[in-house]
Design a protein around this ligand. Structure first.
Ligand code: PNS
Length: 162
């Protein structure tokens, strides 16, 4: 049983994330999408909201579980009996940070392998931050985020403006 842990903030999940998750389902027996609980960051959506959006967007994928974690990623991976951390790589700009993370994680636990998937060209420019900025100023996010997330973004910003 080959399990991959796909970690991130997912604030919110985008079509770029979903593309990686769908492709990972063709490679791995199980894909655990792990949402980081990070008290140092001020997210737009709560962990609960982010997990609900991920669960909705991956409903058609039987191999996917959505969970949250805090602390070190390698500890969570070990607790789930997994050996693979899966990350998406968009552009050269991602490389430095991802190289650093993969190196630190390998130092922490050499038995855990970080595997990268190149993001599809359609989503190479896409990020959760860009989506939030767009939505905040009333821009259209259709095709950039799953349908359930589009609705949540609209709702979030219309509520905030009240
Ligand atoms: O979507 P993000 O914010 O780029 O995801 C970053 C994430 C969650 C992959 C990264 O911050 C992480 O793994 N955090 C857990 C703490 C940890 O294990 N750090 C690595 C050693 S410093």
């Amino acid at each position: 049983m080959l399990t991959a842990v796909y970690p991130g903030s997912f604030d919110p999940v985008t079509c770029g994330h979903l593309d990686i998750i769908e492709r990972a389902c063709r490679v791995f027996d199980k894909v655990i999408v792990a949402v980081l609980i990070n008290p140092a960051k001020e997210p737009l959506f709560t962990v609960q909201e982010r997990m609900e959006m991920l669960a909705g967007a991956t409903r058609h994928l039987e191999k996917v579980d959505v969970e949250s974690f805090d602390g070190l990623l390698v500890d969570f991976v070990r607790r789930r009996d997994a050996r693979v951390i899966l990350k998406g790589l968009r552009a050269i700009s991602d490389f430095d940070y991802e190289f650093q993370m993969a190196s630190i994680n390998r130092k922490l636990d050499p038995s855990i392998e970080t595997i990268f998937m190149m993001t599809s060209n359609d989503y190479a420019f896409l990020s959760s931050s860009a989506v939030k900025n767009l939505a905040r100023f009333g821009g259209c996010v259709r095709g950039l985020v799953p349908g359930n997330v589009e609705a949540k973004l609209k709702n979030k910003f219309s509520t905030d403006r009240r």
